[in-house]
Design a protein around this ligand. Structure first.
Ligand code: SF4
Length: 345
């Protein structure tokens, strides 16, 4: 069986090329062709015929297939449903900002974390995505933009906030980051990649050591153990205090930052007491807080607070001098907003 080309980082490809005595520049040429130029078919750049034949015979260049595309009429957000080779499906979202895009990538089919505010959590865990299935979401979304919104194919931020807990599929996510970061390929700046986690400590340890510079977003959602246990059951195993203490010990690069995500749920975690406790917990840290009004999904048990309540919550946080942004949902009309992804067949 052929190996997927898109499962290889640059060093993997170089090693294969050296082992097989191929043209030494082949790795750079192929990465440039498939990632920088984002070409699909056979490489026509300067490469020896023998190397090309080896590559063609040994590598698979197929990518996840676009099954459905939903475009928001409200804000031009695009949600893709991708079909994988084993017929499983995952969702990916392109979020527009200032004529550019952020891409929200999935890392697993479903998710094992079972967060109660998240539609993906309801789907259960099916399997990890491979690196090629992660990188493939990016390449296919880029190509869709090139065909459907020509001139707009500028995906400047990559966030692992789609389906799945990325730190629970660390090896594949790490390799995808290495491919995105490679100067021979897409050459995305390290400060443009963010990995979101529910607080999975074994993955946090690897993130800090193995992909330094990549930003982190922690799903915090409540400073109180009981409420956080309900929202993020993994909190029982890896309590918030331990997660925050671990993050505090990690030396961050100059441009690297940690964002604390807080989904505001009506009459659950939106009171002044919640805000005060949250402010006290994060006071003095290099912290950014994103306040995200809860996005409903079919069968969800929570509701979003009124804007007035959200603003009052922010005002309390402002007294702690913590940079706080209210994130207005994008793509919620096509169930593409935070917590709304679900690709169950
Ligand atoms: S919020 Fe993230 S970690 Fe929690 S169930 Fe949803 S996808 Fe998984």
């Amino acid at each position: 069986m052929k190996q997927s080309f898109y499962d290889l980082n640059y060093s993997d490809l170089e090693a294969i090329i050296n082992q097989n005595n191929l043209n030494r520049s082949a790795a750079a040429v192929l990465f440039n062709w498939h990632y920088k130029k984002k070409e699909t078919g056979q490489c026509y750049d300067n490469i020896a015929k023998s190397s090309l034949a080896f590559i063609e015979n040994n590598f698979d260049f197929s990518l996840p297939e676009i099954d459905l595309v939903h475009e928001s009429t409200k804000d031009r957000t695009v949600k893709f449903l991708f079909k994988l080779k084993d017929q499983h499906k995952v969702e990916t979202v392109l979020i527009p900002f200032n004529n550019k895009y952020s891409i929200c990538l999935s890392s697993q089919v479903g998710c094992a974390m079972n967060c109660s505010f998240c539609f993906t959590g309801e789907q259960g865990f099916k399997r990890n995505l491979t690196t090629s299935e992660i990188v493939g979401q990016f390449l296919q979304a880029w190509r869709w933009l090139a065909s459907n919104r020509p001139g707009e194919e500028r995906i400047l931020n990559i966030v692992f906030m789609g389906q799945g807990e990325p730190l629970h599929n660390f090896d594949a996510v790490k390799k995808a980051c290495e491919i995105f970061l490679s100067q021979h390929g897409t050459s995305v700046g390290v400060q443009k990649i963010t990995i979101s986690t529910a607080g999975y400590i074994p993955g946090l340890k690897r993130w800090s050591q193995e992909i330094p510079g990549v930003n982190l977003a922690l799903s915090l959602h409540s400073p109180f153990a009981e409420k956080r246990n309900e929202l993020i059951p993994i909190n029982k195993k890896y309590p918030l205090d331990e997660v925050l203490a671990y993050i505090d010990k990690i030396p961050l690069n100059k441009k690297q930052f940690v964002t604390y995500e807080y989904i505001l749920i009506k009459d659950f975690n939106d009171t002044a007491d919640d805000a005060k406790k949250l402010g006290a917990l994060l006071e003095g840290k290099e912290a950014y807080i994103n306040l995200i009004p809860f996005n409903s999904f079919p069968g969800s048990r929570y509701e979003s607070p009124d804007l007035d309540k959200i603003e009052k919550f922010k005002e309390v946080l402002d007294t702690f001098k913590i940079t706080t942004l209210i994130r207005i949902a994008k793509g919620d009309d096509v169930l593409a907003a935070c917590g709304q992804l679900n690709s169950k067949n």
